[in-house]
Design a binder for this molecule. Sequence first.
Ligand SMILES: [Fe+2]
Length: 222
Amino acid sequence: MNAGIAVKLKVENRPMADMPEPASMRSAAPTMPAGHSPPSDSLCFSLWDKYAMLPNVRKHSLVVAHIATTLAGRAQARNIAVDLPHVRAAALLHDIAKSYCVQHGGSHAQLGASWTIAETRNYAVAQAVLLHVYWPWRLPEGDCLCTLPFFIIYADKRVRHDVCVSLDERYEDLLTRYGHSDAARSGIRKSYEQGKAIERAFSALLGGALHEDSFDCGRMVQ
Ligand SMILES: [Fe+2]
């Protein structure tokens, strides 16, 4: 499979869109199955090695983890129940299959989720990996947005390579790199609009103007 086809599949594929919304998203703090502690940093880093994650993807994932846990920490400070170690692990693993799929094709979200299940048995983290590109159902309202997948979806959309940027900058970057067809551009647009909706909702819930927030990444968003 050439890179163009792989990218098209990745952008267009919405594998869960026709399935019912998960019941766990209707409460602000879905209960983790007993015995499912979050994958530790050392386990995540060993999986990076095992699956030959490229250095640029590792740097990207560290910045995504920083932003996702910063947001989750702000939710926690507002007495919203959030599991920070799960947020960090999901951010560290969200692109675990990216390097493989860039080379060989396929959906990095689907393959990454299957690897996450196989390696960690942690279904909450795997769900966040599977759905980190696009949430195929309506967004949860109120505190229910402060659940694992949405911290990862939003943080990932704020990081271009390893730099914190605005959603607009990230959108332009994706259009340039992957917008090779009408379908691909449409998928990128939908993802961008969802990112803006999450940004507005997080800003209202957590305070501040997230679109100009650099999360102390060393670069102010323009
Ligand atoms: Fe990513």
